[in-house]
Design a protein around this ligand. Structure first.
Ligand code: NAP
Length: 247
């Protein structure tokens, strides 16, 4: 390894699952770089909270789906500046509605952020990690990409696409000791699920064998495991963190 600072880069690290992943990887000793797109105050709060806990973090306003901005970010902030140990492709959005009502924009926006954005980061990270002959890439998919969900054709397609991307990249990058895995969370308590109607939430909980929604920490612990030395021989896999919802 170079003498540059071992760094974990997390897309969408200002809130929710990404924020908890950032804390967990900071506690594991990584310098944290994370992106956000619309809420600078949440990003600054996350930086301050990680630093208050003894870690080191920087936040970057960067739209995952913007090819040019992603390339520029890697050229200006990553290449030759830090040792990129871990990439967590976490940034994600929803634009839910039934297929008969879904507009082109709803489909394109979700694919652009959740799937194309992950590809852009993975491609840049792969260039660096293959040269290093070391690296961990972890893509945050979803149980919805495995089992489907009414009202989420766009989101399910993006999350299923991430699984195919994970398995293909694992095959391409394995010979350079770069592992690529996915974590597929079930229903997790974050802003993304906060707006669920009470009856919908109850229906989800009744379908989960462990009888509760998951926490962001449940997901972050799986990510930290995949980033750790203990997962050195695991690649191309999907770890489900769903309370048994789909198994
Ligand atoms: P969340 O609370 O809504 O947070 C989303 C994060 O992504 C925020 O930091 C947001 O930044 C950032 N983001 C959104 N669009 C972005 C873009 N274009 N470029 C860069 N950053 C962007 O979401 P979450 O529930 O933590 O979900 C995190 C990931 O887990 C997503 O990929 C989601 O699909 C997946 N997941 C979630 C659940 C669940 O039940 N919550 C289940 C399965 C999978 P700003 O605040 O600045 O907009």
């Amino acid at each position: 390894m170079s003498d540059l600072t071992p760094t974990a880069l997390i897309t969408g690290g200002s809130r929710g699952i990404g924020r908890t992943v950032a804390f967990t990887l900071a506690a594991a000793g990584y310098q944290i770089y994370f992106t956000y797109v619309s809420r600078p105050e949440a990003a600054q709060q996350t930086v301050a909270d990680i630093e208050a806990a003894g870690g080191s973090a920087r936040a970057f306003c960067l739209d995952s789906g913007d090819s040019e901005a992603v390339s520029r970010f890697f050229a200006e902030e990553i290449k030759g500046k830090v040792h990129l140990s871990v990439l967590v492709n976490n940034a994600g959005i929803t634009r839910d509605t039934l297929v008969l009502r879904m507009k082109d924009e709803d489909f394109d926006a979700v694919i652009n952020t959740n799937l194309r954005g992950a590809f852009l980061f993975l491609r840049e990270a792969a260039k660096i990690m293959t040269r290093q002959r070391a690296g961990r890439i972890i893509n945050i998919s979803s149980v919805v990409g495995q089992m489907g969900n009414a009202g989420q054709i766009n989101y399910a397609a993006a999350k299923a696409g991430l699984i195919g991307m994970t398995k293909s990249a694992a095959k391409e990058l394995g010979s350079r000791s770069v592992t690529v895995n996915a974590v597929a969370p079930g229903f997790i308590e974050t802003d993304m699920t906060a707006s669920l109607a009470e009856d919908v939430r109850k229906a989800y909980v009744s379908a989960i064998p462990l009888g509760r929604l998951g926490s962001a920490q449940d997901v972050a612990d799986a990510v930290a495991f995949l980033a750790s030395d203990k997962a050195a021989y695991i690649t191309g896999q999907v770890i489900a963190v769903n309370g048994g919802l789909y198994c």
